[in-house]
Design a protein around this ligand. Sequence first.
Ligand code: NAD
Length: 475
Amino acid sequence: MNVTDIVARESLAPADGLKVKLRALQAANLRDGDPDRARRLDWLGRIAAMVKEKQNAIITAVDADFGGRSREETLLAEIFTTLSSIHHAKAQLAKWMRPRRRAMDLAFKPARARLLPQPLGVVGIISPWNYPLFLALSPLVGALAAGNRAMVKPSEFTPRTSALLAEMIGQRFADDEVIVVQGGPDVGAAFARLPFDHLLYTGSTNIGRKVMAAAAENLTPVTLELGGKSPAIIGPEAAMDAAVISIVRGKLFNAGQTCVAPDYVLVPKDQVDVFVEKALAVAARFYPDLANNEDYSAIVNQAQYDRLHDMLAEAEAKGARVLAAGSGSGRKMPLTILLETEESMAVRREEIFGPLLPVIPYTDLGAAVAHVNGGARPLALYVYDRNRDNIDRVLRETISGGVVVNDSLLHAGVENLPFGGVGLSGMGQYHGREGFETFSKLKPVMYQSRLNGMWLLHPPYGARAKGLINLLLKR
Ligand code: NAD
C-alpha cells in the first residue's frame, strides 16, 4: 500500500465512522417502531435533568470557551431557554401526537380524513458556537418530542461545551438513541452528506449553502437557521427612551453574537443625535468599567475579534464617524456606534455579529421600509413606535423571519411562536408545535366508508356515470 492509499483511507475514516453510528440509530428506529408518549417524555426528562444537574459545569465550560461569558446570560439564554422548550413540549406532547381530524370534501363523503403524525426516523443537527448549548439542545427537544433518534454535531469553536455535551448525552442516552459527534468543518461536511431523514443546520448563510448542496445528494430535507442583517426601526412616533434601552440591551447581550441581534438601526434624521447620545449613555450605565465587567461577554475568539476590528477599521478609513461607549480590553469590545456609513463598507454589507451598531438616518417611514427591502430578507426585524398605523405599515410592507414590536430578541424564547428565517436568513422553522411538525411526517389518511358512491363511477362509463360526472363538474 502506498502513501496515497493510506491518506485516502484515513480521510474516509471519519465519514465511515459516522455512517456506522447512523446505521445503529436507523436500526433501532426500525426495531422499536414509533416510540409512545411515555418514552418521549422520558427522553425529554433526561435532557432536563442533565441540564439542571450540570448547570454549573455548563456555565464554566461556556465561560472558558468564550474567555468570559456572563453567567446570567448563560443562565437565561442556554439553561432557561432549553428548560422552557422541554417544559412546553412535555405539556403539549399529548395534543401534538393526537391524530388531527380534517373535514372531508363533499364529493368523497361519507369517507373520513385524518393527519397522523409519525416520527421521520433519524434527525441530524449541526449547531454553531454562539449559544453552544441551546442551539444544539433546542432542535434536539423537537426531534425527540416527535419520536426521532438524533445525531448532533456541535461547533468546534466551543470545544469545552461540545465535549461536555457529548459526555452528558453519552451518560444518559444509548448510542442508538442520541449521539453527539465532535469535529470541525471536515466532520461537518461528512455529517451533512449522511442520509438523514431530516437535517437541521444552524450557522452562517455561506455554510448553509454547502449543507443544502450536500443534503441534496440524498434528497434529505433541510431546515436552515441562518443569519443576516436584522434591522431595528425607530419609527417617527417611537418612545425614544424605551426604544434605545431595548436596542442596546439586544445588541449587547452576548456582545452582539446573537443571530437575532439588531444588526443596524434606522433612525428618523432629526433624531439621530438624540439616539446616539442616549445609546452611549445606556451602554455605559448597563456595563460600567467594561474591561472588568463580568456581566459583559467577550468576543468568542481572536479570529472573530479581528474580523470585527477589521470591519471597524475599514469603515473608519472610508470616512465613517465612530463613537464608542467606553473602552474594552482583551476581547471585550464596547458598543461602537458608526455614523455616516456607506453601502461599500463591510459593516453595511455583511452580518456584524458583534457590538458595532451602524445608525442609518431616514427621511420618512417609506424610505426606512425601502432600505430594509433593498437588502436580503432578515431573520428578525424590530419596530418601535406608538402609532399603530406606522407599526402595521412596517409589518405589511416588509418580510422577515420574525418581528418584535417595541422590543428586541425576545420572540426567540417564545415556544408558542415558530422560529425560522426567510430567503437568505433561512428556510423552515422549529420551536414548539412547529418544531414537532418539522420533525414529523403528518401522514394524510383517508378512511373509506363501507357505504360509498364509488360504484356509480365504475366503467364501462354509461349514462349514470356520465350524468354524475356532469353533476360534479357543475359544482
Ligand atoms: P460555526 O462556524 O460554529 O458553524 C456552524 C456549524 O457548521 C459548526 O458545527 C461547524 O463545524 C459546521 N460546519 C462548518 N463547515 C461545514 C460544512 N462545510 N458542512 C457542514 N457543516 C459545517 O458557526 P457560524 O457559522 O460562525 O455561526 C454564526 C452564524 O450562525 C451567524 O451567521 C448567525 O447569524 C447564525 N446563527 C443563526 C441562528 C438561527 O437560529 N437562525 C442561530 C445562531 C447563529
